[in-house]
Every structure is written in C-alpha cells, then in structure tokens.
Design a protein around this ligand. Structure first.
Ligand code: ZN
Length: 226
C-alpha cells in the first residue's frame, strides 16, 4: 500500500471515530427527556391442555382450538406498540389453574384472558359468551373487560351474542381483571367448523384484541403531548 493510501485510511478511521463519539455524547440528548411510553403486560391463556382436553366433539378437542386462538391473540397483542403479551399455555400440556394465575401475576400482567370453547348436550346452542367470576362487584374492572371483549368478538365474527355473565371460577384467585372467553360451541356443527377455520380464528382473535385495546385505552387514557 502506498503511503498516501495509509494516510487516507487513517483519516477515514479518525473521522468515523469522531463522528461516533459526537453521536454518543450528543449534548442535545442531555436535556429533559420525554417519559418513556408505558407498556402493559397482557396475560393470554389457552384453556385446558394435556390430560385435560376440555370439551371433545366429533374427535376435536377444545384445547387445540383454544391454543390456536390464544396464539393469534398473543401475536396481535405483541404487534401493539404499548402492549406485551405473556402466553401462559403454549403447548398441549396440563397446567393447574392456580399456577396459571400465579404465572400471570408474576409476569406483572394488567389483565388475564383465557380462551375457551363451549359445549352442550345437544347441538343447537351456539354463540359467544364471556365469563367473569361471581366474587366481582358490579363496579369491578373485570366486568368492563368482559363486556368489551364480548362486544369485540361478536362484532368481529357476527356470532350469536350470549352476553357477559358471572360464574363460580378460579378467576377469583386474582384481583386483576380476569375473564374467560367462550368463543363458540364445539357441539354445534357449523360453529365447530368455524372454530377450526384459521380465517375465523383470526376474526375471534382480532375481536379479543379489540376488547383488550379498548380496555387499556379506557383504564390508562393516553397522555396528550401538549
Ligand atoms: Zn373450557
């Protein structure tokens, strides 16, 4: 290499190093900084699993539908800039109910949503319903979350709206808003076919996400930049 070449390389390296230093110690960055935007942790669970398949109809296990939809909800939640999902069950495995709540709480979740599929002894019943536990007062945030998710899913899917109601449930083991979405009836032939269809599953997931989104925006109104 010529001497001129060496000088040129040294000059380029020096300029690059100076630029990097200036960038790293940018004096403009030392002024008051805007607060980092808060992020909210959302616990998404897939009901049943492993030795507990949930309802079974026509050879289809509830747990597999729950897992598919929960995975889609998790992806949608993680696509929101201020939300982070923690998916409690990610495999076809048994997780005790109390452990599901513990995991959500240890993750610092703002809320807990578990995905289920309904069943009945006859094939007629169909539609979506959302469950909260019987210990919740009427002004508990769990009701708000449940009603927003119920509305979100029925609006996104066009499924029959069976409403939001309370029921004895392990969801009472936490104080955070906690709901169970019964996304349809596995015992209804048309609804079971829908629930196995990835496009329909995506609509259900979008509806759940819409409810979660509305809940977070209601509970933590975005701060104006003014
Ligand atoms: Zn279930």
């Amino acid at each position: 290499m010529t001497r001129r070449g060496v000088v040129l390389i040294v000059a380029v390296v020096l300029i690059a190093a100076t630029a990097a230093l200036l960038f790293a110690f940018d004096p403009f960055k030392w002024g008051p900084q805007p607060e980092p935007a808060p992020t909210y942790t959302i616990a998404i669970d897939a009901g049943h699993g492993g030795r507990d398949p949930g309802a079974v109809s026509d050879g289809i296990e509830e747990q597999e539908i729950n897992l598919a939809i929960a995975g889609l909800v998790t992806a949608l939640v993680n696509a929101e800039p201020d939300l982070v999902a923690v998916q409690i069950r990610t495999l076809d495995m048994f997780i005790p109910l109390e452990e599901r709540i513990v995991r959500a709480e240890e993750a610092g979740a703002e809320l807990y949503v578990t995905v289920h599929v309904n069943s009945y002894t006859t094939s007629e019943p169909e539609g979506v319903e959302t469950i909260i536990d019987t210990t919740r007062e009427l002004d508990d945030d769990g009701w708000v979350l449940g009603e927003l998710i119920q509305h979100g899913v029925t609006e996104a899917t066009g499924a029959v709206d069976r409403g939001t109601r309370s029921q004895e449930s392990y969801l009472q083991r936490t104080e955070m808003p906690a709901v169970s979405v019964e996304t349809g009836y596995i015992t209804n032939d048309a609804e079971r076919a829908n629930l196995l269809n990835p496009e329909y599953q995506a609509k259900v997931a979008q509806g759940i996400l819409n409810g979660i989104r509305q809940f977070i925006d209601w509970k933590y109104p975005p701060v104006s930049q003014e």
